[in-house]
Ligand binder design. Sequence first.
Ligand code: G3P
Length: 216
Amino acid sequence: MKFFVDTAQADDIRELNDYGLLDGVTTNPSLIAKSGRDFKTVVGEICAIVDGPVSAEVAALDFDSMLREAHTLAAIADNVVVKLPLTLDGLKACRRLSGAGINTNVTLCFSANQALLAAKAGATYVSPFIGRLDDINLDGMALINEMRAIYDNYDFSTQILAASIRNANHVKDAALAGADVATIPPAVIRGLVSHILTDKGLDQFIRDWQATGQSI
Ligand code: G3P
């Protein structure tokens, strides 16, 4: 499973990229607002840090304006992926952009039928929002399982990009369900490495090593 980081903070992206842990980045209007910075400048900066795909979302709701914004975003860098909402106009824009060779990420997916439509529209990625389904007592991971089965049934090449990931169990369960990608907040990525027995074992090894008086 590929790891994307779900943030617009360049420092976090740089750090995680340096660890060799990043396959790409996703942003959304809320993350851009949180950064307090100019959208196109931030996207350009992120695209210069990572080689992999960087999702940048249109703000328009109608087809013509979406297409115009999509072309503006795609012109920022070769690795921009245009993020489009899962609406009829968004799907129409997805079909048009896919035909023009522009990569797309259809976002705000909450049902298997929506995911089926996005794949039929030629989406490169579809983003099911796991955490937001769990928030309203639905089963986010069940959606990933349904999408995997449907895409495999029909050999869709659209990649399942598990989004709205809130914790380490979401990451593990998305991987078990066969998601192609998970987009994960920086803190959750860092947290994946932690285990109390790793810390305890390392502490013991260091103390025993120091007792030998040797150096390497
Ligand atoms: O970027 C889309 C998605 O990952 C947002 O997550 O936590 O705002 O539901 P969240």
